[in-house]
Design a protein around this ligand. Structure first.
Ligand code: 4NP
Length: 151
């Protein structure tokens, strides 16, 4: 299973989602690949945001090995599942998806927790206090990924 987490900048939400899911799959010794990317290009090559690093560290997850990269159309071939953090990310990814097979790989991550709810993980970039809530939402969603896709 190859899973890609996508947000806007690839410095706040998707690096957390990558780190949380990687930790869970390592605990279960699963042979899954997990990566993350941003639809935007502003932060390419950067470390995750210091507030994401801090909240991950609080839960003993190290995400400082990550460097931001931009989502590309090739990702639709490479990955089996692509999780968008919010509705805008979802739309931006779908613009690259010409084939039905590619469209079917893309979903809003919180729909795993709230089916058909179409909820977005709020962008915490402008809100120092939002990172804990984002961590908890993503932790719950990643737990669902394991439950739903572990065959
Ligand atoms: P992310 O958060 O998409 O969760 O990584 C953001 C990071 C940077 C910006 C916006 C959102 N920005 O405008 O630079």
């Amino acid at each position: 299973m190859k899973i890609l987490m996508v947000c806007l900048g690839n410095i706040c939400r998707s690096p957390l989602a990558e780190g949380i899911l990687k930790t869970k799959i390592e605990e279960k010794s699963l042979d899954w690949r997990v990566d993350s990317a941003g639809t935007g290009s502003w932060h390419i090559g950067e470390l995750p945001d210091h507030r994401s690093i801090a909240v991950a560290r609080k839960y003993s997850i190290d995400i400082t090995y990550q460097r931001a990269r931009q989502f590309s159309a090739n990702d639709l071939d490479t990955f089996d599942l692509i999780f968008a953090m919010d509705a805008q990310n979802f739309q931006d990814i779908l613009r690259f998806a010409k084939k039905e097979e590619h469209k079917n790989k893309v979903q809003l991550i919180l729909n795993l927790v709230y089916p058909n709810g179409n909820r977005s993980v709020p962008d915490p970039y402008w809100d120092d206090d939002g990172f804990e809530d984002v961590f908890q939402m993503l932790d719950e969603a990643c737990e669902q990924i394991i439950k739903q896709y572990l065959v």
